[in-house]
Design a protein around this ligand. Structure first.
Ligand code: GNR
Ligand code: NI
Length: 166
């Protein structure tokens, strides 16, 4: 296992959509192990493969609170099949270090994916888990939280991410 480098906006690799995983090979299992290690080290509540430069449709999420047992969820070839309701959540993203932005999301989603064992599963999620699923799923489409901001906040965040401190 290895901690991988997380790409930061505006790295163009963050704009590549992930390709579907065709078979859960040893390489896929190694990638998932690296993603989990990288997410926990950051730390973050989720990580998409595209954030470490791997253009495949995989994300991992663990929203367990500190001090609670970890609860790693692995999503391969995920699809959000149903969404309901609206909420606004203050989101962070490991590809936008230091930024927090209020983003409109569905408050409830049903997601279908394959687990690491290759078995399909469905998960119904609300609140932070629903937000994380939508945030990670966006990454797999090359979509980033800055794309969901209004023009003013978009410009401010873009400048913040591309301006040298000096
Ligand atoms: O660590 C993360 N926290 C977070 C908080 C609110 C909404 C979404 C997230 S995801 C983020 C990790 C990340 O960038 N995943 O792509
Ligand atoms: Ni992110």
């Amino acid at each position: 296992m290895a901690i991988r480098t997380i790409l930061h906006y505006p790295d163009p690799r963050l704009r590549e959509a992930g390709k579907p995983v065709e078979a859960i090979t040893d390489d896929v299992k190694k990638l998932v192990a690296d993603m989990a290690e990288t997410m926990y080290a950051a730390p973050g509540v989720g990580l998409a493969a595209t954030q470490i430069g791997e253009a495949v449709r995989i994300f991992v999420i663990d929203i367990a609170d500190e001090g609670e047992p970890s609860d790693l969820k692995v999503f391969i070839n995920p699809e959000i099949v149903e969404k309901k309701g609206k909420l606004e959540w203050k989101e962070g993203c490991l590809s936008f270090p230091g930024a927090t932005e209020s983003i409109d999301r569905a408050s409830w989603v049903k997601v279908r994916a394959l687990g690491l064992d290759g078995q399909p599963f469905e998960l119904e999620a609300e609140d932070l888990l629903a937000v994380a699923v939508q945030h990670e799923n966006d990454h797999l489409d090359g979509k980033l939280m800055i794309d969901r901001l209004g023009p003013l906040r978009k410009r401010v965040l873009h400048r913040k991410m591309t301006t040298n401190a000096s």
